[in-house]
Design a binder for this molecule. Structure first.
Ligand code: PLP
Length: 389
């Protein structure tokens, strides 16, 4: 049997990984500033993580959600404390799309409405309603039709107009505080505050999609925290398990649960909880939120000095470097010649999503390689208009 060919692949086979380093099967070492798409949060094969999962595997790997699992309670307690949401409750699942799907469904159970507001540039996953909330018609099929309206990102007037027009029909507003796939676009504080106010006013549900931007990546636990607002539901995945598939939604106290309301077979398994607990323990013990904030600040200020970059955007360790169109090969050069993994977003944005353990020495290696790569191009007519908040 062959694989269903949906992924464009780089001709690299990773056979070993540690921290921010990965090695291919020929033994070539790479610096990983992509973390497998923002997934590696505490570094590849972190010893505490490996030990916790291995120990758990020897005891019990899985049983369904029909029995008591104290690991789920421990995970909820740690998450509540570290995210400063001890009054919220936790529902566990396995992927980011599933987290968003459950958040949107819970919102609709709550206010019995079906309309969802999403934004231009948004990516929320590939399940039916999550993909309907994703601003990419190419990946939405005929069976994914739902009542979703897209508004321009960061446009307060359009948001106000939508609520004025049909505020009593809006079930939820789903937003990434920093759009990832959309090219590292930051939601303004004013925009997030207005979403909060309008949702409160109209009893709509404010869903913060923290699947990519959350879990410490920006230096705050949730990227949304920076706005000073509390969302009704936070969705999370990626960094939560450092590679183990675990996801969840953190739910405000106003939502009441009833048996059977939400459910999943794999969500919150013993192994998934062991992985997620290990991640939170390492984040706490190694003060990784502070490291993400400090390293992000350093990287952003250094990137601002490099000539030839159109725009640098981001916060913490979620950084977008927009290059002129003629430099579209730089990312491949970084990968195949300098051996540095980075991410991409169109148009021509290099995305940095490294592990929160990222060090200054690793930052310097990247900055040197990027500077040299850009120097090799004849200077484009580009102003550096940095948008670092
Ligand atoms: N939401 C955001 C912001 C994402 O970036 C992603 C994945 O890239 C998802 C949701 C979907 O997550 P998953 O691929 O785990 O379903």
């Amino acid at each position: 049997m062959k694989l269903f060919d949906v992924y464009p692949l780089n001709p690299i086979e990773i056979s070993k990984a540690s921290g921010l380093k990965v090695w291919d099967k020929q033994g070539t070492e790479y610096l990983d500033l992509y973390g497998g798409h923002a997934v590696i949060s505490i570094g590849h094969t972190h010893p505490h993580y490996v030990r916790k999962i291995s120990d758990q595997l020897k005891e019990v790997a899985f049983y369904s959600n029909s029995i008591e699992n104290p690991l789920q309670q421990r995970l909820a307690a740690l998450l509540g404390k570290q995210s400063d949401k001890e009054d919220y409750t936790l529902f566990l699942c396995s992927t980011g799309a599933e987290a968003n799907e459950n958040a949107l469904k819970l919102a609709s159970f709550y206010n019995k409405r079906s309309k969802v507001i999403a934004f231009s540039g948004a990516f929320h996953g590939r399940t039916s309603l999550a993909v309907a909330c994703t601003d990419n018609p190419k990946i939405i099929s005929a069976v994914n039709r739902h009542d979703v309206e897209f508004l321009p990102f960061n446009d307060l007037a359009a948001l106000e107009e939508a609520f004025l027009r049909e505020g009593d029909q809006i079930s939820s507003v789903i937003v990434e505080s920093i759009q990832g796939v959309g090219g590292i676009k930051i939601a303004s504080k004013a925009f997030l505050s207005r979403i909060r106010e309008l949702c409160t006013q109209h009893d709509a549900v404010f869903i913060a999609d923290e699947v990519q931007c959350g879990y410490g990546r920006t230096g705050d636990f949730y990227a949304q925290d920076w706005s000073g607002q509390r969302a009704d539901i936070y969705t999370m995945a990626k960094g939560m398990g450092n590679g183990f598939p675990v996801a969840g939604i953190s739910i405000a106290p106003k939502f009441e649960a009833w048996h059977g309301m939400l459910g999943t077979t794999f969500g919150g398994s013993h192994l998934a909880c062991a992985a997620a607990i290990a991640v939170l323990e390492v984040m706490d013990q190694e003060n990784l939120l502070k490291n993400a904030a400090d390293m992000g600040r350093y990287l952003l200020s250094e990137l601002k000095q490099i000539e030839g970059i159109v725009e640098v955007r981001g916060r913490g360790l979620m950084i977008g470097i927009e290059l002129p169109a003629e430099m579209k090969d730089v990312r491949n050069q970084l990968l195949f010649e300098d051996h540095i993994f980075t991410g991409v977003a169109s148009p021509n944005v290099i995305r940095l999503l490294p592990s929160l353990t990222f060090s200054a020495a690793e930052a310097d290696r990247f900055l040197e390689c990027l500077t040299n790569r850009l120097k090799a191009y004849p200077m484009a007519e580009t102003a550096i208009k940095n948008n670092v908040i």
